[in-house]
Design a protein around this ligand. Sequence first.
Ligand SMILES: Nc1ncnc2c1ncn2[C@@H]1O[C@H](COP(=O)(O)OP(=O)(O)O)[C@@H](O)[C@H]1O
Ligand SMILES: [Mg+2]
Length: 264
Amino acid sequence: MLELRNVSKLFNPGTPDEKVALSNIQLQLKEGDFVTIIGSNGAGKSTLMNIISGVMIPDSGEVWIGGKQVELMSEARRSEWIGRVFQDPMAGTAPTMTIQENMAIAYSRGKRRGLQLGVTARRKAFFREQLARLGLGLEQRLTAKVGLLSGGERQALSLLMATFTEPRILLLDEHTAALDPSRAELITNLTKQIVEELNLTTLMVTHNMEQAIRLGNRLIMMDKGRIILDVPEEEKKGLTVERLLREFERIRGEKFVDDRVVLG
Ligand SMILES: Nc1ncnc2c1ncn2[C@@H]1O[C@H](COP(=O)(O)OP(=O)(O)O)[C@@H](O)[C@H]1O
Ligand SMILES: [Mg+2]
């Protein structure tokens, strides 16, 4: 469903500010895979998401989605297959527009022209039905401005908008990080439910190691633009936060030794 072949991305190449964001990333996801991604700040997690969704073009390497090579394809053209939710609850929705207007825009995303942006009675009923699934009462507030919603409500709406057009891939970039624990739990459960129901191929970046272990069927750890640990389903079941931290130290230590050997 999703494959990255030798993908690299450098920022500010040839300057003192040069940053390796991704270095020869190889990644293959089967349909329905739910992969959690952890890694320190600057590891390249968001860049990975940006390259998959088409916000950024890699310096080298290929990106394949459902058998199509897409690394040069525009973000708009890929959006039919990709749903995305960001960390910032303000990022995924337009605050001065109403809930139903936001949903209408999301609904037309990636669709052929000719589909109107308007909110017909039939579409309104569909929006209501979708909103009701969130269990937040938003279906009663179709004409409320999104700017009036709480962070949790906006994030729930963003998740719904990212998925109700039934994309094939879902990209979540720390989408619960800005929420208080109970709201984060709500959005996490909702995520699990939607991913399972639509059999979405999912990449979820999280700072929460316990969550990364608990959710999904595979766990990836990134560091300095590389995938340094890739834990398959069976091993993931027995994983603990302590072990994950130990692995991280061990791998980092080995790399350090390797570097010294190379520097020689
Ligand atoms: N637009 C950009 N311009 C310059 N450097 C960037 C840009 N985006 C990311 N970087 C750098 O690339 C590296 C990876 O960043 P990022 O993918 O955001 O990491 P993460 O999401 O894991 O914290 C970091 O060193 C970061 O400073
Ligand atoms: Mg990031």
